[in-house]
Structures are given as structure tokens and as C-alpha cells.
Design a protein around this ligand. Structure first.
Ligand SMILES: Nc1ncnc2c1ncn2[C@@H]1O[C@H](COP(=O)(O)OP(=O)(O)OP(=O)(O)O)[C@@H](O)[C@H]1O
Ligand SMILES: [Mg+2]
Length: 382
């Protein structure tokens, strides 16, 4: 019986003859058997040897079989326990099963009943192990998924950062140049009054450019910080400005012409600014990816039909979306991009955020004819 080769059994019985006979019979079938003459010794043995299966007599002086069962099920819950009861002792057998014994056999024990009970105990043990492994696997998958989500966020952060570095670099070199110029002028030894007008003019530029840098940095910080959704009144034109500020350089180097058209009457909506901004950025990043040879990006915002809410539209003149892909683009991990370029979480994130805001996201697109994504937000979003 090769399947018994790796199973260890602890046998607890106060009668030496019974232990001897059963041990022989079990060892002949390939089991590893350890025996104990009372409950306490049996439990000690179990803690040392961690057997898969315990066979315990019920009626023993001192600690009886029911107490052995209870103790083992508490401290070593994976262990299968088979109890041996006297013939006709059906109440005890039922009590044992209620306490999660895997089976009971009646004395005098026949080999047939013993091996049948063992086989059932082994099956129970194996399926429980499988279930545990499966649960562990599921947990691992959830952890992985969370990690991928976080990685994706880091990746889009990386893409943004590349754009932001350039955004900040330009004003910084401007500031540096003006400061160097002023230092050189001062070095000529003329009185400060002499340069006053020029200095005021330069300092004005320095102030403006510094403010721009600081705006970009704080914008990036708000976007990257992991926060719970916070609902506040959101000024849509401001939000679009901030998004464009983060992405402008990327549009420039991708030869994409940007048109922003925001209706002046657009009302303030309630929502989570960071999350809504993330939607706009994800849509713009997708539009950029869809126009590798340049094109036009149009961002519009205005009232939706019936003035029931606000619509923000992001339209590109890129590759468009194949009809067969359209039903899938909002699914997590759906991406047509090369490995390393897209995880397929951008649009599913947008979908989730819009849903949480009581709004929705729509798309109109055909292969070769660009794509138009529309975010619909109810006035009382969130
Ligand atoms: N503006 C668009 N033009 C053409 N196809 C698009 C556009 N936006 C999305 N798609 C298609 O939908 C797919 C899913 O987009 P989604 O933003 O969810 O993932 P991704 O851009 O591939 O990866 P990620 O956003 O995680 O970096 C894209 O791979 C692309 O095929
Ligand atoms: Mg994307």
C-alpha cells in the first residue's frame, strides 16, 4: 500500500495486547506507528511527532479518549482522530463525531474496519490540505493584484514625472539665468538704485516662475498621495488646467496640438478632486499613446443634457479602437499595448472612480478614426 508510506499514526490504548496487534498490522501496511499507553503520554507524543492521524481508545483510566480528542482538535486541529469505542457505545461515538472525530471503529477492531476508517481519514486530511493550499493561493493572488495596482500607479507616476521634470526644468533655468545676470550687474560696482527698474522686472519673472514650479510640485504631490476619497466642491476648469500643466511637455514632444474649450457657465461639482484628476490624466495618457505620430487632442467641458450634470470630453485623432476591443477596454488588465507600456488598468480605474461618483464614462471610437471619451458627473457627485 504505497499511499500509506508517508503517514504517521499515533496509537493510544491502555491495553498492551491491542497496541501490539494493531501496530503490527499497521506497520505491515507501511504506516509509521508510535504508541502510547495513556492519554497524557499520547498527547505529548502528538506534539513531538505531529502525526497526520491519531487512533485513540475511548475508555482509558485517567484522561479518556473524548478528552484526548478535544485536546488534539484544539492544539493540532489538522490532525485526524479516529476513536475506538466499545460495541454498542453509540452515544460516545456520536459525541466523538460531534467533536470532529474523523471516524469511529468498534472494538474488537477488524482490519477491514480499521483500514476503511484510515482511508477516509487520509482523504479528509488530504482534501483539507488542498483547501488550505487553495486558500493560500487565493490570498496570494489578492496580494499580487494589490501589488500590480500599486506598481501601475508608480508606473504612471513615472511617466508623469518624466513630463514634470521638463516642466520644472525650464522655469528653473530661467530663474537661474536672471539671478546670475543680477549678480553680474551688481559686480560692476554701480549703485543698486541704478539697476532698480531692471531688477524689479527680473524679480517679477523670478517670482512668477518660482510660483509655477511650486504649483507643479504641489500638484504632483496631491496626485501621488494615497488618500481616502475626499468629497469637496471641485472647480472643473481648475482641475483641467492642473492636469494639462502636468502633461503639457509630453504633448509637445509627441507633436500633439492641444485645444481646451471649457464653457464659462460650468458649475462646481462635488467629488474627489484627486480621483477625478486621475481620470482625466489616464484618458489623456491613452490619447497620447494612440497618437504616436502626433495629432490633435481636444478637451471640452460643459453642461450635460437637461443640465443634470457636467460632461468632460477628451477627444483624440489617434488610431481608434477596434470594434472587437470596445466591449473589453474597461476591463481590468485589458491592454493592446506592448509589455511594459500598458498594464490595462487606466480605463478600469476611470470606470471605478466614475461609478463611485454616481457618474459614468462613455466612449465613441472606430478603427482609424480617433476616440472620444466622455466623463459624465452628476451635480451632487459623491
Ligand atoms: N484613446 C484611445 N485610443 C485608442 N485606443 C485606446 C484609447 N484609450 C484606450 N484604448 C485601448 O484600451 C485599452 C485599455 O486602456 P487602459 O488605459 O485601461 O490600459 P492601457 O493604456 O493599455 O494600460 P495602462 O493605462 O494601465 O498603462 C488600451 O490598451 C487601448 O487598446
Ligand atoms: Mg491607459
Amino acid at each position: 500500500m504505497p499511499e500509506s508510506a508517508y503517514w504517521t499514526i499515533v496509537l493510544i490504548d491502555d491495553e498492551a495486547d491491542i497496541r501490539e496487534v494493531m501496530t503490527m498490522s499497521l506497520q505491515d501496511s507501511g504506516y509509521r506507528v508510535l504508541d502510547a499507553s495513556n492519554g497524557e503520554a499520547g498527547i505529548r507524543l502528538c506534539h513531538q511527532e505531529k502525526p497526520e492521524i491519531v487512533i485513540t481508545d475511548i475508555r482509558m483510566p485517567g484522561m479518556d479518549g473524548i478528552q484526548v480528542l478535544k485536546t488534539i482538535k484544539t492544539s493540532l486541529p489538522d490532525t485526524e482522530v479516529i476513536v475506538a469505542t466499545a460495541f454498542g457505545d453509540i452515544d460516545v461515538a456520536i459525541r466523538a463525531l460531534q467533536l470532529d472525530a474523523s471516524d469511529f471503529i468498534t472494538k474488537p477492531i477488524s482490519d477491514e474496519a480499521l483500514f476503511l476508517a484510515l482511508r477516509r481519514a487520509q482523504q479528509r486530511y488530504t482534501s483539507r490540505k488542498k483547501l488550505l493550499d487553495y486558500t493560500a493561493l487565493l490570498e496570494q493572488q489578492v496580494v499580487n493584484q494589490a501589488r500590480i495596482l500599486h506598481q501601475d500607479k508608480l508606473m504612471s507616476m513615472g511617466r508623469l514625472a518624466a513630463s514634470v521634470v521638463h516642466e520644472i526644468n525650464n522655469p528653473l533655468s530661467g530663474i537661474l539665468n536672471y539671478i546670475r545676470l543680477m549678480i553680474r550687474m551688481l559686480g560692476k560696482g554701480q549703485p543698486i538704485e541704478f539697476h532698480k527698474d531692471k531688477f524689479l522686472q527680473y524679480l517679477d519673472v523670478v517670482e512668477r516662475e518660482t510660483a509655477r514650479c511650486s504649483g507643479i510640485v504641489s500638484n504632483l504631490l496631491t496626485f501621488s498621495r494615497r488618500t481616502e476619497p475626499v468629497v469637496h466642491p471641485v472647480n472643473i476648469p481648475d482641475m483641467i488646467d492642473r492636469s494639462v500643466m502636468l502633461i503639457r511637455h509630453k504633448l509637445d514632444i509627441s507633436h500633439i496640438r492641444l485645444t481646451v474649450s471649457v464653457k464659462p457657465d460650468i458649475p462646481v461639482v462635488n467629488g474627489d478632486m484627486n480621483q477625478l484628476q486621475q481620470c482625466i490624466l489616464n484618458l489623456i495618457l491613452n490619447a497620447i499613446d494612440a497618437m504616436p505620430d502626433g495629432g490633435s487632442l481636444t478637451i471640452r467641458a460643459g453642461m450635460g443634457p437637461d443640465n443634470a450634470g457636467v460632461a468632460i470630453q477628451i477627444q483624440d485623432t489617434g488610431t481608434g479602437i477596434a470594434e472587437s476591443d470596445l466591449p473589453h477596454i474597461f476591463e481590468p488588465f485589458f491592454s493592446t499595448k506592448e509589455a511594459g507600456y500598458g498594464v490595462g488598468l487606466g480605463l478600469s480605474t476611470v470606470f471605478g472612480i466614475m461609478e463611485r461618483h454616481g457618474g459614468r464614462v462613455d466612449v465613441i471610437s472606430r478603427t482609424g478614426q480617433g476616440a472620444t471619451f466622455t466623463l459624465w458627473l452628476p451635480m451632487s457627485a459623491g
